[in-house]
Write a protein that binds this ligand. Structure first.
Ligand code: NAP
Length: 459
């Protein structure tokens, strides 16, 4: 019997999509076709590959009206936000724009005696494993530059968002990528691991949980497969005493609650200078109390369900445990009578400390803990007291101070007066259990290619 994956919609708990999983022998054949097709793709000029990717992006844009409700059904994001096309396009276009420079030969010598240069060559076949929380944007981060750099790509999207992988690959093919060069595959974890362990891919980019990242690293052990691992986070915000408090509360509550808190770089804990702690917390409560939890297909809804009931249950458990240990919830439950199942009300917790799971473990949901701190040194110590390091968001009018504090934080990105945003010109990366690697930017191209040196002596 054919094994299938089922996308259970968080909107109503019903099966929204079901797809056959690819058996291992078929997956191996697909890998062989991709590897055979890749050299001809790599032989095309960079500008041509970049243009094809741009065309595919435009095709996704044309389908956006269908995609937006489809996303709501698959993972629960409210339709009022209009999907992910803006960020999807921004990232793909940026990577297309910089491709020629980023992939240009590094010329060391061009003389009568020698020609010496370093060339960036594609790895070959790249596996992209993508998550459901921003399913278009997280996938395109790697799919676009990998193809533009001349690799073939296999996309294994999350079981929660199976239609996204189909749409992206279909658009790429319609735009002119040969069928075997870009393939969407529905794979079980075991099949994925077996392929990686057999050395099927020259590079794997995995975006997802720490547990998933470890499984990929184990599967790749001994194969020398290149890995990019973009994993979980527990991103902090720090509000200094000179911050614009309205902007800080707006920005940080958006960072904590948007997408029901299911953002890899969502704000999960906030430290506030004691002198502005109370007014800051008051502003946050006012903002979050206005959230409208409900059916994501309703344009009035600002907060949809979490993608799965078990994700909401994890956040409820973390919150209840914290409250039992002395934390105070500030958002009135009576404002959210529809809380239940995957539909989780937002919550702000004060009187929290780092002995509580909600301040240490990734919540990936609409809850945030806020603590007062007395100075930068205490804020830095608290921010670094974490197993993760993806982003940190500093709120101040003093850019020098932000840079100084930023230097002391173990993190992938330092933000000042903003949060929860990927700038495609900067390297998307993390440290500690957030993983390793480099996405987007010129460094993203370095990760998706290997250096090859030419040392040509002219006789
Ligand atoms: P997940 O369970 O790890 O799944 C992510 C993707 O990995 C899915 O496609 C999933 O496939 C696949 N996967 C998981 N374990 C696997 C395994 N052993 N073998 C092969 N494939 C495997 O993560 P999630 O819960 O969907 O996503 C949320 C997590 O992703 C959070 O921790 C979040 O912080 C992180 N994230 C990080 C970033 C970043 O840039 N650092 C960005 C977005 C999300 P199935 O769906 O088929 O299980």
């Amino acid at each position: 019997m054919t094994e299938t994956l089922k996308c259970i919609s968080p909107v109503d708990g019903r099966v929204y999509a079901e797809r056959a999983l690819m058996p291992l022998d078929e997956a191996r054949a697909a890998v062989a076709r991709a590897r055979a097709a890749q050299p001809a793709w790599a032989a095309r000029p960079i500008a041509e590959r970049a243009e094809i990717v741009r065309r595919a992006v435009a095709l996704i844009g044309e389908a956006n009206d269908e995609i937006v409700p489809e996303l709501a059904w698959q993972m629960g994001r409210p339709v009022r936000y209009g999907g992910e096309f803006r960020g999807f396009q921004e990232r793909a276009h940026y990577m297309a724009d910089i491709a020629a420079d980023a992939l240009a030969d590094i010329r060391i010598e061009d003389s009568a005696a020698f020609s010496r240069y370093i060339r960036r060559v594609p790895h070959g076949l790249v596996l992209v494993v993508a998550p459901w929380n921003y399913p278009y944007m997280t996938a395109i981060n790697t799919v676009a530059p990998a193809l533009i750099a001349g690799n073939a790509v296999m996309l294994k999207h999350a079981s929660q968002t199976p239609l996204v992988g189909e749409r992206i690959i279909c658009a790429l093919r319609d735009a002119g990528v040969p069928d075997d060069v870009a393939q969407n595959v529905f794979l079980s974890h075991d099949t994925t691991s077996a392929l990686i362990a057999s050395g099927a891919f020259q590079f794997v980019n995995f975006t997802g949980s720490v547990g998933g990242g470890k499984a990929i690293e184990r599967a790749a052990a001994g194969t020398f497969t290149g890995l990019g691992l973009e994993l979980g986070g527990k991103d902090p915000g720090y509000v200094m005493e000179d911050a614009d408090l309205d902007a800080a509360a707006d920005g940080l509550m958006d960072g904590a609650m948007f997408n029901s808190g299911q953002c890899c770089c969502g704000i999960e804990r906030i430290y506030v200078h004691a002198s502005v702690y109370e007014p800051f917390v008051e502003k946050c409560v006012e903002i979050v109390s206005k959230a409208r939890l409900g059916n994501p297909l309703d344009p009035e809804t600002t907060m949809g369900p979490m993608a799965q009931v078990r994700f909401a249950d994890l956040v409820r458990a973390q919150t209840d445990e914290a409250i039992a240990a002395g934390a105070r919830p500030l958002i009135d439950r009576a404002l959210f009578p529809n809380d239940g199942g995957a539909y989780l009300m937002p919550q702000i917790l004060v009187d929290v400390d780092h002995s509580m799971r909600v301040m240490r473990e990734e919540s990936f949901g609409p809850v945030v803990g806020i603590m007062p701190v007395k100075d930068d040194a205490e804020a830095i110590a608290m921010m670094n007291d974490s197993e993760f390091g993806l982003t940190a968001s500093l709120w101040t009018r003093d850019a020098d101070r932000a840079a100084r504090v930023g230097d002391a934080i173990e993190t992938g990105t330092v933000f000042m007066n903003r949060c929860d945003y990927l700038d495609p010109a900067l390297c998307w990366t993390g440290c500690k259990n957030t993983g390793r690697g480099a996405g987007l930017s010129v460094l993203g191209y370095h990760a998706l290619t290997r250096p090859k040196s030419y040392h040509l002596k002219k006789s």
